[in-house]
Design a binder for this molecule. Structure first.
Ligand code: CP
Length: 323
């Protein structure tokens, strides 16, 4: 693996999941793999799980992890080609990224979308410029449109929690939109859809109010439903997430509290396990009764972030050793 920006960088999802589960069983089995290697973790936006889990994962592999909160501690970065930098930005990514490429063996980056220009966000210009100018493998810690480490974790978590089903029957996985007080990116939902489709081991349904259709590049293959209760019927996993509109880009079109998952709706499912990437707005996106109840996988899911990151970093380290 030369980089990790999306599921397209993964040749075999199941193998990567098994590698992650092997690390969960024995975290230090490859503690020499990253000896004398260094990873830079660059945050242009806030994080808790991604930052800590990737640091732990790197350290389990014997790597040194250096965190740089670019957004709050670094020089304001410029990304525009040909920019006349007489405003607030101080350093161009063209100058910063090659320096970082010399400090580190792997560069991992979190950037969020502006939610102002769909074209700009969906061009993934920020992370792609780090790829272009750093000259070392780049790992996405969430980009403008995708969150692949989260999605790998989600597949790992579903693999662990698969219910006993009749032979040949796939689990029914439902991605449901939930209300929120702010306009949030589509990253987690896009990425979850992309990975579940690529995984190919689920009957996949996406449900949301009208107007919240995601980019079909990610959802193609899923059944799209606007009736949440119908969508939830007989489901085995319910993935809850808010996102802002993709068509009317970045807008909040619906605040209907009835879209929040609760125990009454859970009765429609096949005793489904409930997932959310966290952080979650309690009693807005998801009810206390679900989050604190027996069907919630959210803590396990967040804990599994370590093993997903460790499997990805190990793959990249192995590839760099081969070169
Ligand atoms: N799920 C997730 O990415 O969490 P953080 O934003 O805290 O990293």
């Amino acid at each position: 693996m030369q980089q990790f920006l999306s599921v397209d960088d993964v040749s075999n999802i199941d193998l990567l999941v098994q590698q992650a589960l092997a690390y969960k069983a024995d975290p230090y089995r490859d503690r020499e793999l990253g000896r004398s290697k260094r990873i830079g973790l660059l945050f242009l936006n806030p994080s808790m799980r991604t930052r800590l889990s990737t640091q732990v994962a790197a350290q389990n592999l014997g790597m040194e992890a250096i965190v740089f909160n670019v957004g709050s501690e670094g020089w304001a970065l410029e990304f525009a080609e040909g920019a006349i930098m007489n405003g607030t930005t101080v350093e161009h990514v063209k100058d910063a990224a090659p320096v970082m490429g010399n400090y580190f063996d792997i560069l991992a980056i979190r950037t969020f979308p502006s939610l102002k220009s769909r074209e700009e966000d969906y061009s993934e210009a920020y992370i792609r410029q780090f790829v272009k100018y750093a000259g070392i493998p780049v790992v996405s810690l969430e980009s403008a449109t995708l969150h692949p480490l989260q999605s790998l974790t989600d597949i790992i978590t579903m693999t662990e929690a698969l219910p006993a089903l009749p032979p040949g029957k796939k689990p029914k996985v439902v991605l449901t939109w939930a209300p929120h007080v702010k306009a949030l990116p589509q990253c987690v939902a896009n990425s979850f859809a992309q990975w579940v489709n690529a995984w190919g081991q689920a009957d996949f349904v996406v449900t949301h109010p009208e107007g919240y259709e995601l980019d079909t590049r990610f959802t193609n293959g899923a059944t799209i439903m606007h009736d949440q209760e119908m969508a939830l019927k007989d489901s085995d996993f319910v993935y809850v997430k808010n996102w802002s509109a993709y068509s009317d880009y970045g807008k909040v079109l619906c605040t209907d509290e009835a879209w929040m998952l609760n125990n009454a709706k859970l009765q429609l499912t096949n005793n489904a396990k409930v997932m959310h990437c966290l952080p979650v707005r309690r009693n807005v996106e998801l009810s206390d009764e679900i989050l604190d109840g027996p069907n919630s996988l959210v803590t396990r899911e967040a804990s599994n972030r370590v093993w997903a990151a460790q499997a990805v970093l190990a793959e990249i380290l192995r590839s760099s050793i081969k070169r």
